[in-house]
Write a protein that binds this ligand. Sequence first.
Ligand SMILES: [Ca+2]
Ligand SMILES: [Ca+2]
Ligand SMILES: [Ca+2]
Length: 371
Amino acid sequence: MSSQISFRKVTFLALVTMLFLAPTAKNSPNQIEDCEVTISIGDTTAFPNTTNIAIPIYIDHLPDTIIGFKLAIHLGRTGLIYFPSDSVTVYDTLFWKCNAYSGPNCIDSTSVFSDSPWDFFHVDSFEVFRANFDTAGTLIAGWEIVSATTYSEFSTIMIIAGIADIFGGPITPGFAPQSGGTFFNVLVDVFEFPDTLGDQIIPIRINTAFTDNFGIVTTDPDWSPWTFETYWDTNFFLCTEWDIDTTQDPPDTIECLSWQQTAGPSWDSIEVVLDSIASLDTLRICITDGSLEVLQSYVCGDANADGTAGNILDLTFLVDRIFRGGPPSDPMEASDLNCDGDGGNILDLTTAVDFIFRGGDPVCSAAECSK
Ligand SMILES: [Ca+2]
Ligand SMILES: [Ca+2]
Ligand SMILES: [Ca+2]
C-alpha cells in the first residue's frame, strides 16, 4: 500500500520540486566598484500634489551587450507617492490542436503556437494595470518591447521589463558595456499630504528577492545574475484520508486519498527531492537604493509662510533676512518673488517694494514665473 502512496506523491511533487527561495543579501557599498553590473536609483525631490515625477534608474555594466531585463521597483512607504497606472483589458489568444475526439467533442488537446496547425482557439481576457515610464534619451530608447505593470491603481510596486529585439522587422541590438548611463526613468505621482509629517523621504528600492522579479539578460547565454545551489531535501507526509476496503477482515487500506506534509514524528511516507536555491550573485550584481524627498509645499511670494503672498509681513521677513541675518524662507522658493530661481535676495525685496508701495506688478508675476 505504501508504495502506491509514494508513487502518487512522486507525481505530485515533481510539480513543486524546483523551489527558488529567497537569497541572502550580501551587498555592501565597498563591493560596488567590483560588480559587473551596478543598478542605482537616483535621489529626487518633488512637491506634494505633483504628477509624473521622473525617478532615474542608472546602470553601469562590464559584461556583454544587455538585451533584456526585468526589475521590480518598490516605494518604501505607502500613502505618500505611488506609481500611476491605467487599467486596461488584455486579450490573449490560445491555439489548440485536438489529439482525440469523442464524436464532435475534442477530449484531449494540446496548446500550440499560432503558426503550427491548430483545430480551435479561445480568447482569454484579463485586466492589467499599466504603469508609466519614460525611455526617451535612455539606454533602452527604441527597444521593441518595454512594459510596466502594477498591482492596483495606486500601487507602490512596479514591475518593468524590456526586450531589445523581437523577431521580425529591424534588429535592435541592446546596449553595449558602458558606465553612467540612464537605464530608464519610472514616473511617480506625489499625493497631497500634510507638511507636518516629519520625515518626508521615501526610500525607493529594487527587489532582488525572487528570480521572478529580477533579471538581466546579456548576449552571453551563460551569464546570469543568479547562482543556483542544489541540494537533496527530504519531505515527510501523513495520510489524512484513506480509501478503505471494508470487505476485508480486518478492513484493508487501499490507497491514500489526501495527505499533508508534516514535520514528524508520525508519517506514512517520505519523499526525497532535489531542491534548488537561487541567490543573487552579489559579486556580479550590485544594487543601490534611491529616494524621493517630498518638499514642503509653499505659496510663491509667501516668504513668511502665513498663507498670504506679497504683503507687508513678507516684506518685513525679507528685510530681516537680507539686512539682519534672519532665517531663510522654507522652502527657499517661497521667497523667490521675481521667479529668477534665487529666493530671498535684494531683487525679491525690490519686487515686494514695487508691488506694495509703487503699484508695480504683483509678486511672482514676472515673465520667469510662467516658465
Ligand atoms: Ca526586431
Ligand atoms: Ca505672507
Ligand atoms: Ca529671486
